[in-house]
Design a protein around this ligand. Structure first.
Ligand SMILES: CC(C)(COP(=O)(O)OP(=O)(O)OC[C@H]1O[C@@H](n2cnc3c(N)ncnc32)[C@H](O)[C@@H]1OP(=O)(O)O)[C@@H](O)C(=O)NCCC(=O)NCCS
Length: 172
């Protein structure tokens, strides 16, 4: 198998929208529902790839093809907050690519000054729950019984090791 590279860039990267389109069109029905929270047709996927406006993109690339992507969107409803959308090609699952993309998205979000990062996923999406748990993200009430929302604080993080000093809190 060719080496897989993670590359962070803006959506203005030449050719990216076409590579994103090919990747998203390759997602089967269940994956599309997990990714978009509803069934989406090929035409809708194509429109999405042509118009998506994430602030940061992290591609997992193999031989120049996008085999996974984390799109980081600024949240219009919350200052300094961003939201991640994630997808990995069905032929490349269970290889740690989704986790690596989220870990890199958290790093990039922190580096670019976001204070909070969220993602949403269907409660039946066990892979996303594992990824959120491994990334140390905490649950938030999404308000939708079928949708999980998780959150990571990127700025002003509490130092958890300091909190467990014997018998007292030594840093907040
Ligand atoms: C969610 C998704 C990105 C995971 O990608 P991936 O590259 O297979 O994930 P990883 O290989 O990093 O696996 C992460 C964890 O999930 C687990 N996992 C992966 N697929 C799983 C599945 N179908 N059921 C249960 N656990 C699963 C892995 O074992 C791993 O956990 P572990 O480290 O404790 O063993 C991929 O399934 C996908 O693209 N789904 C469709 C789109 C989507 O759901 N997007 C999320 C909402 S925007």
């Amino acid at each position: 198998m060719a080496a897989i590279r993670l590359v962070a860039h803006s959506p203005a990267e030449p050719g990216w929208r076409d590579r994103l389109k090919v990747h998203l069109l390759g997602l089967g029905p269940d994956s599309r529902v997990n990714r978009f929270f509803a069934w989406v047709s090929d035409a809708q996927v194509e429109r999405y790839a042509a118009t998506a406006a994430p602030e940061i993109v992290i591609d997992a690339l193999e031989d120049g093809a996008v085999i996974g992507v984390a799109e980081v969107y600024r949240r219009p409803d919350m200052a300094g907050a961003a939201e991640i959308a994630l997808s990995v090609d069905e032929g490349h699952r269970h290889a740690g690519i989704g986790q690596a993309l989220v870990d890199r998205a958290l790093d990039e979000g922190r580096r670019r000054g976001f204070a909070d990062l969220f993602f949403f996923f269907r409660k039946s999406n066990r892979a996303m729950q594992r990824i959120a748990d491994h990334a140390g993200m905490e649950p938030v009430a999404s308000g939708d019984p079928g949708i999980a929302e998780v959150h990571a604080r990127l700025r002003g993080q509490v130092d958890r090791l300091a909190l467990v000093a014997p018998g007292r809190v030594i840093a907040l």
